[in-house]
Design a protein around this ligand. Structure first.
Ligand SMILES: Nc1ncnc2c1ncn2[C@@H]1O[C@H](COP(=O)(O)OP(=O)(O)OP(=O)(O)O)[C@@H](O)[C@H]1O
Ligand SMILES: [Mg+2]
Length: 339
């Protein structure tokens, strides 16, 4: 532990007050710590597990690790685990031989094979179905797999980076995520804090986004007024850096002068967000139990997602498996396990 701390200290000195790696801005001590870990993790093949809310920069950090690694000229293959239906996942990941199933007219290598000698980025790992979790465990342990419809074992050299915006430990407790896989993934954990916990970054990010977008949006804005900065610094940023970037883009389009004023900063203040922004602690509606409220939230999530369980799970901050588990507890039957 002490050695690790000294190593991080050394890397921080090496960072030498650099507040940016690649295009990632981070002035806060917590982001400096993240940068130091990125530099420490990059040279090896060690598996990295990125955790953090939506929009904190997990994608960017994953790419930076690849860019700073000896694999930078090799493939970087991103796999979005929620985007692929469970029944197609195995063939996507591991490929298939001609005739392996109806419609398999040709032989096709999977994503892992395409990433050989490079990096695989498993995004939203918390949503991977149990049947696939076993196969991932094998890849991580043995670096081997078979294509669908083939019994030839293939060996590959890949670096794995996984990301999640849900708490995997909760999924572990509910038994929807394998413990052995979790430990294989969690070799080098990097937790990226939400923007509201590193407000020092806000002014630097805001100026960065002005530079990044003013020209392309044909905006006269060159900088922000102190009032505009205060308004940004006081907001709670539920959508994190992605939301800040969107707010800056929207504000740049509508502003008329070279200095962005507070009144021209367009925050997203929909009713639900106002409640959170008001600083008032949220609580149960009168007469409702926590369980009833949870069920109501889950039903509302499903309604907003038009019944699509993956999307509803995202809205609710759950993995698809955790949502399925709760629906079973609620006595809502689950005829199709995809969705
Ligand atoms: N530190 C940063 N500096 C500059 N831009 C950033 C930073 N963090 C995030 N961004 C911007 O915010 C956007 C969202 O970041 P990213 O896609 O990496 O988030 P994420 O954590 O992967 O979110 P999700 O969980 O929704 O996939 C990026 O495309 C980038 O433009
Ligand atoms: Mg992402």
């Amino acid at each position: 532990m002490k050695a690790l701390r000294e190593e991080n200290q050394r890397l921080r000195e090496e960072l030498g007050g650099r507040y940016q790696i690649e295009n990632i801005i981070g002035r806060s001590a917590r982001m400096q710590e993240v940068f130091a870990t990125v530099l420490r993790a990059a040279p090896s093949r060690a598996t990295v597990l990125l955790a953090g809310e939506s929009g904190v920069g997990k994608d960017m950090i994953a790419r930076a690790i690849h860019q700073y690694s000896p694999r930078r000229d090799k493939p970087f293959v991103k796999i979005n685990c929620t985007a692929i239906p469970e029944n197609l996942m195995e063939s996507e990941l591991f490929g298939y031989e001609k005739g392996a199933f109806t419609g398999a007219g040709t032989t096709k290598p999977g994503k892992f094979e395409l990433a050989d000698t490079g990096t695989v980025f498993l995004d939203e790992i918390g949503d991977v179905a149990p049947s696939i979790q076993v196969k991932l465990l094998r890849i991580l342990q043995e670096r081997e797999f078979e294509r669908l419809g083939s019994n030839k074992t293939r060996h590959i050299d890949v670096r794995v980076i996984a990301a999640t915006n849900v708490d995997l430990r909760a999924a572990l407790e509910q038994g929807t995520f394998r413990q052995d896989l979790y430990y294989r993934l969690n070799v080098l954990p990097i937790n990226i804090p939400p923007l509201r916990d590193r407000r020092e970054d806000i002014p630097y990010l805001a100026e960065f986004f002005v530079k990044k977008h003013a020209a392309e949006l044909d905006s006269p804005v060159r900088t922000l007024s102190p009032g505009a900065m205060e308004k940004l610094a006081a907001y709670h940023w539920p959508g994190n850096v992605r939301e800040l970037e969107n707010v800056m883009e929207r504000s740049l389009v509508l502003a008329s002068g070279s200095v962005l004023e507070a009144a021209e900063v367009r925050l997203d203040m929909s009713p639900g967000r106002q409640l959170l922004a008001s600083g008032e602690a949220p609580f149960l509606p009168p007469g409702m139990t926590l369980e009833e409220f949870e069920h109501a939230l889950i039903r509302e999530g499903l309604r907003r997602a038009a019944g699509n369980k993956s999307q509803a799970a995202r809205l609710l901050g759950l993995t698809r498996n955790a949502l399925r588990y709760r629906l079973t507890q609620m006595g809502v039957s689950d005829p199709e396990s995809g969705g």
